[in-house]
Ligand binder design. Sequence first.
Ligand code: PLP
Length: 400
Amino acid sequence: MSDPMFSDLKLVQPDAILGLSAAFRADTREDKIDLGVGVFRTPDNRTPVMQAVADAQNQLVENETTKVYLPPEGAPGFGEAIVDLLFGAGHPAAKDARLAAIQTPGGCGALRIGAELLARSGAKSIHVGEPTWANHKPLMQAAGLEVIALPFYNKEKCAIDFDDFMGGVERLGKDNVLLLHGCCHNPTGADLTNAQIDAIFDAAESQGFAVFIDTAYHGFGESLDADAYMAREAARRLPSALIAYSCSKNFGLYRERAGALIAVGRDAEHAKIMVSHMTSLARGNYSMPPAHGGLIVSKILHDDSLRAAWKNELDHMRGAVIGNRELLVKTAREMQLGDRLDFITRQRGMFSMLPVTKEQTDVFREKHGVYMTGNGRINMCGVNTSNVEAIVTAYKDVAV
Ligand code: PLP
């Protein structure tokens, strides 16, 4: 019997980052080092359930009486709690009811629904600094948006080339959209300064382009408040904006798929209209978000003691990543690498990007058992006192 529908399909290669994890698991070398996949890890390579999450979860399971559907906007109180967490008490846009959020399946769900809302609003494309997180392109393209790259990070200088980036940004007009990383840039760890963010919003005000902010590492950079600068300024200065929010890293809820899409409207009525489109797009996609992660986040954020415990654990995770950055740079200096890796302590979040080629990352992996993505991105959580010398030794061998 002929198979007219599926017969022409060709095998799709697995996602490069997920493929790297599989290769790491299959590697039998005992001293292999995983700097690949982007999750928080302790020095003994665990990604534990946060205690505040476990406590909230136990309380929820004990008191659970139903598994009935959530409404399309998500768990009760979730959206308000995320808005409050990101914008802080007393933000003028919150006072004017210009902010509203729906719960989404992770940050990816938020990016996808946001991209669809942009397409429904007439956007044909979205601009993003290069390099960016590998999944941005597929998520935006799936909604029909063309992804246009702007120069952003200079790999040789290990720093943002802000003049080049602004050259592109200043040419954007009112039908354009700029996708920005809210904090802890993935894959480079190179964040815009507040003054640079101000300059981008000056351009957005004068040129009229829209911004879509992806916030996947809130609290991993400097603090919950400092990491929210871009979102807060966007809501204060721009007539409208979209923000994708992920609870995967800062609540350690990866597999539960908890995130939010936040609408910044020009007034309360406009925010309501944006949300009505977001829920209708969700309905035509996954209908409503999964409950478990959203209920946990909502419980933690509404309970003073759970919230304080969670914040404490988040501060601890951030401190650990910063400590790993310092350890790597100090060891590199001690092992005669001079200031070559100093840029790593100027960067923030889980990632930095080594100035190496794809071919060099292959040598790191094959010869030294050091796994990183093909663009040289390393997860700082994978660095610890037992492996840091091996990482620097490999670097000296491969890249110096
Ligand atoms: N945006 C960026 C930059 C990310 O790194 C990630 C996850 O790695 C996400 C969004 C989405 O995360 P998730 O869908 O797992 O919540």
